[in-house]
Design a protein around this ligand. Structure first.
Ligand code: ZN
Length: 194
């Protein structure tokens, strides 16, 4: 046996939620899906307008589709605190941008899983949607938006793409994403090695 040591089991790190600024505080396992109750680690209590301290007002729940774990769709129910500024009355929510884009329905890990599924494993959007337990449109919109973002971030990538926005057939969209995202994944691989 190797001399590897073991840390205490920890659902937060096992599900890579620490990377998203979240901590697991509860789990609900159902036969065909898992729900993880999470909280946002960073308090984020300082007013963005005047810098005064905010007083906790209430909480809202944000649901995010995470990457499926042990072949089971995994949904995050993130409790997000809302504050009211004691100085100017401004109200805001805890920042959850590490976990997901504003208004996104997929966590960043969930989105990553969807892209890798389509790019590397040639999964259909329907299969990705099933894995995330979201509607087909939700999965499709998220993947297309991420593909577009990658293109916009680097206008040079348009050099090789000549058919964007022309073909409305869904399968062709996936083919286009395949071309874009392979480059993106290449870039990630290089970044990791460097
Ligand atoms: Zn304020």
């Amino acid at each position: 046996m190797s001399d590897a040591t073991f840390a205490r089991p920890d659902l937060t790190t096992f599900c890579r939620l620490d990377e998203l600024g979240l901590e697991v505080i509860g789990q609900r396992l159902e036969p065909d899906r898992a729900v993880l109750a999470c909280r946002v680690i960073e308090p984020d209590q300082w007013c963005r307008r005047c810098g005064c301290q905010g007083a906790p007002r209430d909480t809202v729940v944000r649901r995010l589709a995470h990457e499926p774990l042990v072949w089971r769709p995994t949904t995050l129910e993130v409790t997000v605190r809302r504050y009211r500024c004691t100085g100017c009355g401004h109200v805001w929510r805890q920042d959850t941008t590490k976990a997901a884009d504003p208004r996104a329905k997929l966590s960043r890990r969930g989105l990553r899983w969807a892209l890798e599924g389509i790019v590397c494993q040639h999964l259909t959007v329907a299969r990705v949607a099933e894995g995330l337990a979201v509607l087909w449109n939700t999965a499709n919109d998220a993947v297309l938006a991420e593909g577009r973002r990658v293109l916009i971030d680097d206008p040079g990538r348009f050099d090789d793409v000549t058919v964007i926005g022309v073909d409305e057939h869904v399968v062709r969209h996936e083919a286009l994403l395949f071309r874009m995202e392979v480059k993106d994944l290449d870039r990630f691989a290089v970044a990791a090695a460097g």
